[in-house]
Design a protein around this ligand. Structure first.
Ligand SMILES: C[S@@+](CC[C@H](N)C(=O)[O-])C[C@H]1O[C@@H](n2cnc3c(N)ncnc32)[C@H](O)[C@@H]1O
Length: 266
């Protein structure tokens, strides 16, 4: 199944910023506690975007791991490379399309990670097969993504505002089922971990910023719900009206991110 999806850097960075500003828990701490990347390791971060996870591991290992970040968005790779330069880090950011053969030898990496990305793969067996191939024996794969119960309140508000069917999200609809099972079928050992982050919005504006950074036409995930900029603005207006009612009723808007982390060993 080909998934038509793009991630504009402004939307991705907006969502990351909102998670950090309004969240109660820190996903970076959870990730590091789970993986404990070590100096000397070879790490591949697939769908690295602007480099969030790659920089996290670089900080954690004090620049002593050999990190490669791969993404198919040149816009995001440019952002990552600019930050790499600014920090004086030695991460290798390079083009990688996870629907194609990875450009690495067999048994190259100790750790292969992918945060909120690789589950958009068209052929899960092929892509996770590639991750398995490039890992060393005993190497680990870590894939994070939304669980089905993720952001329930966000979807409830959109449902109440529109009465429309929410398009299936490639991540949350497949994470526990297809994605976990595919990895489990390829790797020797597979575990599912869970992370929860309550985002508390004291006003409607940051919630709507989050909605805009999720539903934007360029991401192509929500386009069944609107046709062109006029309909998009009308849709946002309806969502804003419901969010305002909920805020008046409850005094705040609380959206819980429920994230799964699949950790597998080759
Ligand atoms: C939600 S972003 C996550 C980025 C980053 N891992 C993070 O945590 O900030 C999803 C990423 O997957 C990338 N992506 C989507 N399809 C891809 C593909 N076929 N090959 C490589 N990267 C892809 C997008 O460009 C984007 O950077």
């Amino acid at each position: 199944m080909k998934i038509d999806y793009q991630e504009p850097s402004k939307d991705l960075l907006m969502r990351i910023d909102i998670h950090e500003k309004y969240g109660s828990a820190n996903i970076d701490v959870w990730t590091n506690d789970l993986l404990k990347p070590q100096a000397g390791m070879s790490i591949l971060d697939v769908g690295c975007g602007a480099g969030k996870l790659s920089f996290l591991f670089d900080d954690y290992t004090k620049g002593q791991a050999k990190i490669t970040g791969g993404d198919f968005s040149n816009e995001l790779l440019d952002k990552a490379r600019a930050k790499n330069k600014e920090r004086g880090s030695k991460i290798d950011f390079q083009f990688l399309d996870f629907n194609e053969k990875f450009n690495f030898e067999d048994n190259t990496f100790d750790l292969c990670t992918s945060a909120f990305a690789i589950y958009y793969a068209s052929d899960l067996k092929f892509t996770f097969g590639e991750a398995h191939r490039v890992l060393k024996p005993g190497g680990r794969l870590f894939v994070s993504g939304p669980l089905p119960e993720n952001k329930q309140m966000f979807y409830d508000i959109i449902k109440e505002a529109t009465n429309a069917t929410i398009p299936p999200m490639p991540g949350s609809s497949r994470f526990k089922g297809d994605i976990f099972n595919t990895i489990d079928g390829i790797f020797a050992k597979t575990e599912l971990h869970k992370f929860e982050n309550h985002l508390t919005f004291p006003e409607v504006k940051p919630f709507i910023d989050y909605v805009r950074a999720s539903l934007g036409e360029d991401r192509r995930l929500w386009t069944s719900m609107f046709n062109g900029p006029k309909e998009y603005e009308a849709l946002i207006g309806k969502i804003e009206a419901v969010a305002t009612r909920w805020l008046e009723r409850d005094g705040k808007l609380v959206m819980t991110k429920v994230v799964g982390g699949i950790l597998a060993t080759k």
